[in-house]
Design a protein around this ligand. Structure first.
Ligand SMILES: NC(=O)C1=CN([C@@H]2O[C@H](COP(=O)(O)OP(=O)(O)OC[C@H]3O[C@@H](n4cnc5c(N)ncnc54)[C@H](OP(=O)(O)O)[C@@H]3O)[C@@H](O)[C@H]2O)C=CC1
Ligand SMILES: Nc1c(N[C@@H]2O[C@H](COP(=O)(O)O)[C@@H](O)[C@H]2O)[nH]c(=O)[nH]c1=O
Length: 445
């Protein structure tokens, strides 16, 4: 299992003062270096030297399904670390232990599963969603722990894409252990999509969330918008917040809604860093709920001086202007990425949603549709650069669910992958669940 050194959650942007000097790439809090394998993500084909090995047995594939499930349930929770699940099989192929990484700094999935298996792990198989680490981070190398427990075989799903530690798979092979990679790689990538996206593409994974009427309005003609969606949907949306490192709105939403963007509805966990993207910071109110001290708030604009009236605790970061004179979305995301933001919940209005989509900066959508009609008022999405139907932004549906009286849709942007195409699942999951607990396969979703 791997980790990275990025600052996570409120601490990542919270401690270093204003003026854009907050945090640092890869370690605002002096978190330890990544605990990762060095091998690049590799095709899960028998021909690939990085993943060559015995084909996975039926018991190993079953165990991998379970390991993926364990990892998926913690999506976003282990930040800045990946989410990882592990199952230990004894020499007869029976499950004798399972575990997952629960929080950054806590024991890795392999170590948890080995502890649960105890002596039954000897001569057994470890099935793990991410290539075992071979590096001393906050905890010891998993490859060594597996060897010490007498594990004879390791089956993993996704190669660790980070390069600054030596390869766990290689070291295990060198120790005479049978290693097979690429098993259920697609499912495992999805389960760990925030972290993989952040380390491979060097920009946060972005989920656009909105609450709309059935005719697609996110506010009424007079801009009243509270509340379109019901209590259950709003609670669910707060759970989304708890799983993302940061939550972003545009200045228009701050002016219209005075949002707080913290965790409520009984949802616990890390409050995300709050981010405001403003073209005209001078127009932002000096007193607003989003500037309070319950979590850090970052203001991204082209002109820090224009935000001089805002409280000192607001971390102001200057971003270069795009063609329309407003902060460039890609540059804004690079600033967040440099400050350790792996995942971003886009809760802005139609204008920033359009700007993000035009910039190719939405990976996933969660839409809550309420059985309500308004007939006027802003649509969920403003200009997203689509002129004709053929250019429409097609989504792949992950799940649908009813929440109270609302319908919740979760979809991935076409072509959204958490990074390189590192292999195929030979045992593909069904990705669309209707009225199912999507935490099985897509916990954020
Ligand atoms: N139901 C729901 O889920 C939601 C509803 N809403 C509703 O939406 C309405 C607000 O909509 P809207 O004004 O579009 O809100 P946005 O959150 O999209 O804010 C738009 C503002 O973002 C700023 N901005 C900064 N950078 C950019 C950029 N690169 N491209 C575009 N804009 C940028 C601009 O601020 P500036 O003007 O300073 O230049 C722009 O006016 C309200 O009625 C609110 O209630 C909002 C969020 C969610
Ligand atoms: N009106 C509306 C939403 N509005 C979103 O929620 C924000 C308010 O957050 P907070 O102040 O923390 O409660 C608001 O600014 C906007 O982004 N969301 C929804 O799920 N359903 C709704 O009906």
């Amino acid at each position: 299992m791997s980790g990275t050194a990025k600052a996570g959650g409120t601490g990542g942007l919270g401690g270093a003062g204003a003026s854009g000097a907050t945090g640092s790439p890869g370690g605002a809090q002096g978190t330890p270096p990544p605990c990762t394998g060095a091998s690049p993500a590799s095709p899960a084909t028998a021909a690939s030297p990085a993943t060559a090995g015995l084909p996975a047995s039926a018991a190993e594939v079953r165990a991998m399904h379970r390991a993926v499930e364990l990892a998926a349930a913690n999506l976003g929770v282990t930040t800045p670390n990946p989410t990882v699940g592990c199952v230990i099989l004894d020499r007869s192929g029976a499950v004798v232990g399972e575990g997952r990484h629960e929080f950054a700094g806590g024991p890795h999935a392999e170590v948890v599963a080995l502890r649960r298996a105890g002596r039954a792990a000897f001569a057994g198989t470890a099935v793990v969603t991410l290539e075992p680490c071979n590096h001393h981070g906050r905890t010891g190398p998993c490859a060594q722990a597996l060897r010490a427990a007498g594990i004879r075989r390791v089956v993993y799903a996704v190669a660790d894409p980070t390069a600054n530690a030596s390869g766990g798979a290689e070291s295990l092979r060198a120790a005479g252990i049978s290693v097979t990679g690429g098993v259920l790689a697609e499912s495992a990538r999805r389960a760990n999509r925030f972290w993989l996206h952040a380390v491979e593409r060097r920009r946060p994974y972005i989920t656009w969330k909105f609450g709309a009427t059935l005719d697609g309005r996110v506010a009424a003609a007079d801009r009243s918008s509270r509340w379109i969606t019901g209590e259950e949907s709003r609670r669910d949306a707060h759970e989304l917040r708890a799983r993302h490192d940061a939550v972003l709105v545009g200045a228009g939403t701050v002016r219209a809604d005075d949002p707080h963007l913290g965790l409520r509805h009984g949802v616990t966990g890390r409050a995300p860093v709050r981010v405001v993207l403003a073209g005209d910071p001078a127009s932002l109110p000096a007193r607003a709920r989003i500037w309070d001290d319950s979590a850090p708030t970052v203001l991204l604009s082209c002109d820090q001086a224009a935000g001089g009236h805002l409280p000192d605790r607001v971390h102001q970061v200057t971003v270069p202007a795009g063609a329309d004179g407003r902060p460039d979305v890609t540059a804004a995301l690079a600033e967040l990425s440099a400050r350790g933001v792996h995942s971003l919940l886009l809760e802005g209005g139609p204008t920033v949603a359009g700007a993000f989509l035009r910039a190719g900066a939405v990976d996933e959508v969660v839409g809550y549709l309420a059985p309500l009609l308004l007939g006027a008022g802003p649509a969920a999405l403003a200009d997203a650069g689509v002129a004709t139907l053929a250019d429409g932004i097609r989504l792949d549906l992950l799940s649908t669910r009813t929440l109270g009286r609302d319908l919740r849709l979760n979809a991935l942007l076409r072509g959204t992958d958490t990074g390189r195409d590192d292999g195929h699942d030979t045992h593909t999951d069904t990705h669309t669940h209707t009225d199912t607990d999507t935490r099985r396969g897509a916990p954020c979703a």
